[in-house]
Every structure is written in structure tokens, then in C-alpha cells.
Design a protein around this ligand. Sequence first.
Ligand code: NAD
Length: 264
Amino acid sequence: MEDLIKRAAKDLAESKYAIALTGAGMSTESGIPDFRGPKGIWTTNKEAEAKAYQRYELFLNNPRAYWEEMLGIDGPYGAFYEEIRQAKPNPGHYALAGLETLGIVKCVITQNIDGLHKKAGSERVLEYHGSVHAVRCISCGSRFAREKVSVDELPPRCQCGAALKYDVVHFKEPIPSDVREESEKEALKCDLMFICGTSAVVYPFANLPRMARFHSSNVKIIEVNADPTPLTQEGISDYLIQGKTGEILPRIVEEVRKTQKHRS
Ligand code: NAD
């Protein structure tokens, strides 16, 4: 483990354009359960998984019923989102923000909807699956802060007249084109991809490491995760540092700082 931490620190310090890709595993140490880990929301509640698959269709067919469900009037989701909104970043989030301050990580592309990278100080964050802190119009693409939008009357409406939904991308919903296109550009541009806390099974996000690998055989792809993933098993990543992001990432940043001091 210690050797791999040193190796990752060296690779990061030598990179020209590193980006981070993150998933729900980043935030379990902030008290937000993931979906597919041993204590994951879906591992423990199959009904919640089935409902999640129907949510986008519900919005399209009956936006009022969608909002009632999301606000917790008709289900557990309102309370879940509230819990996410209250969560605080953990040492893993701060470590990634630190790598951006050091000029190493140029961008974080996250599947997380919790906004914790921004709360920790990361500035360039692409929220691939949206955010609980915002609502979005699927007709004109506008986004608004969730707390600025009144839900006294359901569904809330955009200035263009269409019903608003949470910015969160639900299953079977297309990824908003602005964030998808920017993420793909980053994946093709990077020379190091640092993938933290994701099972890498949700598509199209899981295509990003594959795009990077097939675009350039020189790109370095490093995973930090509790368990091996298809990226580990298929040799898409160069190596996996197995363990908790909240413990491993700060140790990597410490090593990077030592390497930089040594050089100056
Ligand atoms: P996932 O649940 O499929 O996988 C999480 C992975 O992280 C698992 O491999 C697990 O073993 C690992 N993990 C758990 N805790 C860890 C830790 N402390 N350190 C290192 N690894 C750890 O999640 P995913 O890959 O992000 O994909 C699923 C979807 O989950 C995404 O669409 C995302 O929007 C959604 N989601 C987000 C949140 C959040 O915003 N925090 C929470 C739950 C689900």
C-alpha cells in the first residue's frame, strides 16, 4: 500500500493535465450511503431501486406526482435529499481540492449529487449526474438554485413555462449535453485520470476512463476504491489502491507535497 501511495504521488506530481473522476464511495465517510456497497441504499432496499428506475418517466408523465414524491410527501426521497444537503465534506474531498490548489488536478468530474466537492473548495467541478442543490429545465436547459425556487405550487415552472425537475439525472434520463460534452473533452485531454470511490458500472460515465485509455496508451489511470471494479479487472486502470478515499487521498497529497518540496 505504501509503495502504491508513493507511486500515485509521483505520477500526479509528474502529470501535465490530471483530472479526477469520483463516485458515491467518496462520500460514504461523510455519512451518505452509496448504492451498491455492502451498506448501500439499493443493497438494503430493493424497492427504492425499483422506484428510482421509474422516476424520470414519472416526471415526464406527471410532474406534480414527481415533485410530491421528491419532497417526501409521497415517499422517503425528500428526507434523503435533505440529509445530503446537510452533509459535510470529509478528508478525501479536501485532499482533491488540495490537489487543485497545487495546480495538479485541473477538473473533478463527479457522479455525486451531494455538492461536497464544491463545499470542500474544488472550483472546477462537473456534476455529471446533477446536484440536489439545483433544479433544471429539460426544455431550455436553465438551472436554478433549489432554495430559490418556490414549491408552494407544484410543479414549479421555468421562465420558459416548462415544468422544472431536480437537476439530478435520474435513470433513463439523458445526461445534459453541456456537462456530457465538457466531460468527454476532459477525458480526451488528460494525461492522468484519478478515479476515486466509484464502482464504474453506471454508463455513460463509465465510458470516460475507456475513452481516455483508447485515445492514448500513455494516459495513466489510477483507481482508489474499497473494491476492485471492472476497470481494474479489464486492465483499463494501471493500478488500484484498495481502501478508503478519506484515508488514502490525504496520504497521497502529503507525499505530493514532499515530492514538490524536494524538487524546489
Ligand atoms: P456505487 O454505489 O455504484 O459504488 C460505490 C463504490 O465505492 C463501491 O465500489 C464501493 O465499494 C466503494 N466505496 C464505498 N465507500 C468507499 C470509501 N470510503 N472509499 C473508497 N471506496 C468506497 O456508486 P457510483 O459508482 O458513484 O455510481 C452510482 C450512482 O450513485 C451515481 O449515479 C451517483 O449519482 C449515485 N449516488 C450518489 C451519492 C452521492 O451523491 N453521495 C450517493 C449514492 C448514490
